[in-house]
Design a protein around this ligand. Structure first.
Ligand code: FES
Length: 84
């Protein structure tokens, strides 16, 4: 999932993982790890997610359902698929 919290951009990588969810360290929004769905506010929008796999020693990442999850101007729009 994208690192920036959809509320005010808090660093989700510094948040807390628990029971399949991550909690933003800034204001406590909680998101489901697999879907990015907001489980607890103040954030109401989901976190954009990526499809990831390891193949032949390479980590491949691609956008998942960009139109449904990425607001205009989101960093997600600028992500590129990684190919070996
Ligand atoms: S920036 Fe994440 S909850 Fe506010």
């Amino acid at each position: 999932m994208e690192n920036a919290c959809p509320h005010l951009g808090g660093p989700l990588s510094e948040g807390w993982l628990r029971d399949g969810s991550i909690t933003c360290p800034w204001h406590g929004s909680k998101f489901e790890l697999r879907s990015g769905e907001s489980l607890n506010g103040p954030a109401t929008a989901p976190v954009p997610c990526f499809q990831v796999r390891v193949r032949d020693g390479w980590i491949e990442v691609r956008r998942a359902a960009v139109a449904a999850t990425a607001p205009p101007g989101s960093a997600l729009v600028h992500q590129q698929e990684v190919r070996p």
